[in-house]
Design a protein around this ligand. Structure first.
Ligand code: UFG
Length: 376
């Protein structure tokens, strides 16, 4: 079956967003709706809240069928088939998946099943309905201990150190093989660096269950008084202050990267030349839409240390945040930040917001919603 064409206006394009009630998913729904797309969310609410979608409606003013929601897991083939039958889906942005690195070591079966098998089911049902346009949430984790910094998309991938990273890396391969086997597929792999911050309204943001694993939600919960002090995992790395350096990116910038990827797939931006892509770029289809596999880093190109982040958050919230140096965390690399030239040149996308803004927006969300969506 021929692939659905993306050579049309946003208003006529319907995007299935799996995991659309989650942190990155909800922000992406806002940007898609702002750009006039129709959106169908499939989310099992296992690590998210439907309240986030009410907030998306408030932010965008969209209160009609331009935004639809199905509570379902992507492993549920029948539920997915029903979604494709009830909506004329053109493209998929696939966020749904478990994402806790440490937990994935304890629960490999759950991670492989949900993330890996779930994506296979999704692609299979999509293909049955003639949908072969997919943007996949990948991660900088696929680079492992990076061979060079800043990390370009050509940087060799390394064996993942945990099942979560393994699923990302394996799914990149699966999606690439789909195109190799059937040149109708149009795939974008977006390798995220460290998404933080929140929508400037303070209405949507990150709402982790239990004690946060990641730095920013942890710092935010110290700032709001829910946790006592930040543990800084190692201060003897070869960095400017000894603490680990990461490329933090505002979640709204990241969300906009997905909209840019859809425009790119539709042939609306970029050159798509194989030499500028360095990945698999097929000849565009007769309608100008792309075919192939595009790989893009989404980061800012700027590295910040753990202490840089704590101090930026202190400025945002106006308080001193207690911290304590602890041993290094297993599996952490010293420095990790992106080269973002390819996304700029091809997608016409660059991150707009700096660390101060990420912390200011993150603090607004946290202070207005100290218990996340639970009390909404
Ligand atoms: N850190 C602390 N204290 C904490 C939490 C984190 O000092 O309580 C440090 C870490 O050691 C690291 C930095 O803060 O130096 C960032 O840690 P995060 O856990 O926030 O993020 P990671 O860079 O470890 O992981 C992120 C994503 C993963 C993804 C990985 C890929 O959370 O999903 O990037 O690079 F796999």
């Amino acid at each position: 079956m021929a692939n659905k064409s993306l050579a049309k206006d946003h208003a006529d394009t319907c995007v299935l967003v799996t995991g659309g009630a989650g942190f990155i998913g909800s922000h992406t729904c806002v940007e898609l709706l702002n750009q006039g797309y129709r959106v169908v969310v499939v989310d099992d609410l296992s690590n998210s809240s439907e309240v986030a979608l009410d907030r998306v409606r408030r932010i965008t003013g969209v209160d009609d069928d331009r935004l639809a929601f199905y509570e379902a897991n992507v492993l549920d083939r029948e539920a997915l088939a029903q979604v494709f039958e009830e909506h004329d889906i053109d493209a998929i942005i696939h966020f749904a998946g478990f994402k806790a690195v440490g937990e994935s070591v304890q629960k490999p079966l759950e991670y492989y099943w949900n993330n890996f098998a779930g994506t296979l089911v999704l692609c299979d049902v999509a293909r049955d309905h003639g949908v072969k346009n997919i943007v996949f949430s990948s991660s900088a984790t696929v680079y492992g201990e990076p061979e060079f910094i800043p990390i370009t998309e050509d940087c060799p991938k390394h064996e993942a150190t945990n099942p979560y990273g393994q699923t990302k890396s394996m799914l990149e391969q699966v999606l690439t093989d789909l195109y190799v086997g059937d040149g109708e597929w149009n795939v974008v792999l977006l390798r995220y660096f460290n998404p933080i911050g929140a929508h400037e309204s303070g209405l949507i943001g990150e709402d982790p269950k239990g004690i946060p694993n990641n730095l920013l939600p942890y710092v935010a919960q110290v700032a709001v008084g829910k946790l006592e002090r930040v543990g800084v995992f190692g201060d003897d790395y070869p960095t400017h202050d000894g603490t680990g350096v990461r490329d933090y990116i505002h979640v709204v910038d990241l969300a906009r990267g997905h909209v840019a990827a859809l425009d790119w797939m539709g042939g609306k931006v970029g050159t798509g030349k194989a030499d500028t892509l360095g990945t698999l770029a097929g000849e565009p289809a007769a309608d100008g839409t792309r075919r192939g596999v595009g790989i893009f880093n989404l980061g800012t190109g700027t590295g910040s240390s753990v202490l840089d982040v704590i101090h930026a958050f202190e400025r945002a919230c106006g308080k001193t945040l207690p911290y304590e140096v602890k041993p290094r965390r297993a599996g952490d690399v010293a420095v990790n930040y992106a080269a973002c030239d390819k996304a700029r040149e091809e997608l016409g996308w660059t991150a707009q917001y700096d660390l101060e803004r990420m912390c200011a927006d993150g603090w607004r969300w946290q202070s207005q919603n100290p218990d996340g969506y639970a009390t909404a």
